[in-house]
Design a protein around this ligand. Sequence first.
Ligand code: ZN
Length: 225
Amino acid sequence: MPRMTTSEPNVPPGFVEAYRLRLSASSRLVVGLNVGAIVLLAPAIALFIWPAAARGFLARDLVFTLTLTLADGLALIAGTVGVVVAHEAVHGLVMTFFGARPRYGIKWELMAAYATAPGHLFARDSFIAVALAPLALLTPLLWILVWMVPSGGLWMALALAGILNTVGAVGDLYMTWQALKHPASALVLDEEDGMRVYVGEAAGGRHQASETLPREAGSFDGPDT
Ligand SMILES: [Zn+2]
């Protein structure tokens, strides 16, 4: 009900928690993800500068015209805010597709917006579809739009949105990677600042998890590092 902030999932009998990620409890992981975002920044910029360069916008809009009009500035702000909303909305739409009821918010201590589905257990691959949808849908869409729009502030706003959407998917990529370490029969809970994975004991959950982890020992995986 609305009052509950931590709705516990209805874990089916025979399933045990195999993995828990809580970003707000691991500053090391947050630093790691920020490093990942910086690493993603170079290819993301290259991807979106490419159509602008190919169309001759770079020299015209960024080199010769260093002054942005008020409309350009507003477009850039709208692009920044709009892409955060669109990114979370795509997560939420895919959650709805899988029968969950999404809830949205901002985790200020992580400076991140989120979409979550309290108490909803996703099949592993559904969770991965939810996690990757904004990167898979919005980044190509914005990239195509940069090929289509006229020169000026609009392409810059779209390119900025595309770069932010791509870089902002670093946590989604990390959670996908974590989900893939568990069998396809695993169930995943999407939380405000992390995730939980449940695996069937009969399926040898714990063994499975450690089996896929030999080179991971001592990395971010602990729930309370
Ligand atoms: Zn995301």
